[in-house]
Structure formats: C-alpha cells, structure tokens
Design a protein around this ligand. Structure first.
Ligand SMILES: *Cc1c(COP(=O)(O)O)cnc(C)c1O
Length: 386
C-alpha cells in the first residue's frame, strides 16, 4: 500500500470532523425495506442505483456498511467499483458465470485455487463452456488463445506453489481483444499486489483471509475497471449478490489494521524461513519474497511485499505418512483450511495443480512469537521420522 492509500484506508467512510459526537466506526445499518417518502423520490433513487451508483434502495443492493467497504476496496485495488459476495468462492463464481456463455472458451492457469478449478471442470464445462488449463506462463497463453477465448483467469502468485506470472505480458497479449483478464488477488490483498494497475480487468479477493484477519467471517469482493464493470454489476444485481451489514462492519474493522498485521506476518515468515531452511528434511521453501525464489525478479518488479504464507517442500524420499506425522506433531500450528487470521496454521495436500515435486505442506505464519513457531516446527520434524 502506498502512504496515501494507508491514510485513505483509515479515513474512508468516517465523518469525524463535524460537530456531532459519534463513535469511531460507521454504525451497522441493518435493513431490507427502504422508505422513500414520495414516488418521485423513489424513482429518482432507483434510476441512480440502476446507473451503478451506491444509493440506499433495498437491502439486497447494500446499505452504508457495504458502500463503505466497497469504496475502500476500490481505493486499495485501484479499480472503478467493487461488488461484495457472501464468500470468496461466490465472488469467483460470479466472475465466471457472468462473463462466460455457451460456446465460449476460458483459459485458466493450472495452479489456480483448487475450488476454482472444480467450478470450471464440474460446473462450467457441463454448461457448454470450454475450460482449458495453461502452464502458468504468458507464452503458453499465446499458443492457446482462440477467437472465442472470452476470459483468461489466474491466481498470481499461484495457489500453494506461489509461482509468479508476468501479468503485464499477459495483458499485452489481450490488449486488442475483447477477452477479459481476471486475477484472484487473495494472496496480494490489501495492496501487496494491484492487478488492475498492471493490466487486469477484474481483481477478486477472498476478504475471508487477511482483510477480515480473525478467522471469523466469510466474504469475497470483485473490483473491476470500465471494461468489465457494466455486465458484472448488472448481473450481481440480477442475481441478488451482496454481503450482510454485520459482515461488512467486521471486514471494514479488519481492513483498518491489515497493513500492520501483514508487516508482522511477513517478518515472522522471514524469521521462520531463516531458522528452518537448512533442516535436512526440507528440500526447499516456496516464498516469493526470497531473493532465491524463481519468481523474485517479477516479485520485485510488480509486488509491494509478501505475507505469512510459506510452503515447505520435503525431501523426495519422505512419504505422505511422514507429512501426516509432521502435521499431527505440531502443537502451535492448527490443522485446518484457510489462512489470513492472526493464528498459525498448517495444511497438507494430496495433489497440487502444476506441481510435480516432492510432498508439500503449507504453513500460515501467524502473530505468535516466531521463536515458539520455530521450536514447534523443529520438534515436529524430529518426531516425523520416529
Ligand atoms: C480462500 C480463498 C478463496 C475463497 O474464499 P472463501 O471465502 O473461503 O470462499 C479464493 N481464492 C483464494 C486464493 C483463497 O485462498
């Protein structure tokens, strides 16, 4: 996040310089019905809403809490407007369903978030949309583009492997086409990465992760530029997609401190990596913020920082049984899906898209004392082989 963004993120949606005493955070506005007073006023408000303005119209179009969160997300992502969804996956689904129709072709990176791959192969493909997976590089996209390629969709960096793709190079391939470029920006949320500024049309964020920040709420956002805005907004209204006022309140509360938390997650991740990288059972640690990482040149050029996600690659001779033992032996790291809360987590996988190396485990490095996390990993590595 740039310095001026940081200030805006703390200030947006709060009027604290007028005469009325008030609490710091915008209050929760729950509601379905909105009362208008006159027919003329009602028609005026509804017309503005249809034109894409955030106006108080009806609960399913959002209330002040949603509007404020949308504005903050648009500010951080550098987009024109933002839509909200009840989960990150619902946000992904909306982008794909609203954009693609029978006979269209979508190119997806082979290292996308696994549920997005399932959505493509088990839902879109059965509805006459051709879903093809490409090998994580713009060169492979260039070979696979067709006249009916309606969307290129990727996670950047890739899910679990954190491989980085050259987004400006992908955008320049698509410049003269109607093809939309969509990026799942959950890894780079809160200003670590701004795909819309590098040529993407759509940036999706699972707010569930770092922005919510406390593992207690689910939400997704889609921020768009002019090219993607009209259809996606219209369809979000048609399909009745929104997030609840209470959840928006919580997400906004998380957002105000996300920069501070990310700084600490990043520092702790670096400390953990330094302390465990020479462990004999660990072959490699995947983390784009390391100068030794294969994606570091692009990371340095396009990203503003890293986070608390690291992936351990175990030595080839270690089996699934060892990895399970390692996960079970950890005492501080919780075993569970998701990440981005204040706490440390581990997740293990049977198969990772685009990865053919040794067994991996993903760690989310939390806000606990790094010394304790390091000691925990070291004792679990020891007991893994016993
Ligand atoms: C968690 C996650 C999602 C989905 O978010 P939910 O709110 O859990 O549905 C999407 N993309 C990425 C990269 C994620 O990590």
């Amino acid at each position: 996040m740039t310095d001026s963004n940081k200030t805006r993120v703390v200030q947006i949606g709060r009027s604290y310089k007028d005469e009325t005493p008030k609490v710091v955070n915008p209050v929760i506005m729950r509601g379905s019905t909105v009362l208008y007073g006159t027919v003329e006023k009602m028609n005026f408000i509804c017309d503005r809403g249809e034109a894409g303005e955030n106006v108080l119209r009806y609960g399913s179009f959002g209330t002040q809490n949603a509007f404020t969160l949308q504005d903050v997300m648009s500010e951080i992502e550098g987009g024109e407007s933002t839509m909200l969804f009840p989960t990150g996956l619902a946000a992904i689904a909306h982008v794909l369903i609203s954009t693609l129709k029978v006979g269209d072709h979508v190119l997806m990176s082979e290292d996308v978030y696994h549920p997005a791959r399932i959505l493509a192969t088990k839902f879109l493909a059965q509805r006459g949309i051709e879903c093809e997976f490409y090998a994580c590089s713009h060169k492979d996209i260039a070979k696979r583009l067709k006249p009916n390629t309606q969307m290129v969709y990727l996670d950047n960096p890739g899910s679990i492997t954190y491989r980085i793709q050259d987004l400006p190079a992908i955008a320049s391939l698509l410049r003269k086409r109607k093809t939309l470029l969509a990026v799942d920006n959950t890894w780079g949320a809160a200003g670590l990465y701004c795909p819309l500024k590098l040529g993407a049309d759509i940036s999706i964020v699972a707010i569930t992760k770092y922005i919510a920040g406390h593992s207690d709420l689910m939400m997704g956002s889609v921020t768009v530029n002019t090219k993607a805005r009209y259809n996606l907004e219209r369809d979000a209204r048609i399909l009745g997609q929104i997030a609840s006022p209470d959840d928006c309140y919580m997400a906004l509360r998380g957002l105000r401190t996300v920069e501070a938390r990310l700084t600490m997650h990043r520092q702790h991740a670096h400390q953990v990596i330094t302390a465990i990288q020479d462990e004999p059972d660990i072959d490699q640690i995947l983390y784009p913020g390391l100068t030794t990482d294969t994606g570091y040149v692009l990371f340095k050029r396009d990203f503003n920082g890293s986070n608390g996600l690291i992936t351990l690659v175990f030595k080839p001779e270690l089996t699934e049984i060892h990895i399970k033992k390692f996960a079970n032996a950890l005492r501080i790291f919780g075993l569970g899906a998701s990440w981005g809360g204040y706490e440390s987590l581990i997740m293990i996988y049977d198969k990772v898209g685009g990865w053919n190396g040794g067994h991996v485990a993903r760690l989310h490095i939390g806000l606990e004392a790094p010394e304790d996390l390091i000691a925990d990993i070291k004792q679990a590595l020891k007991s893994m082989k016993s």
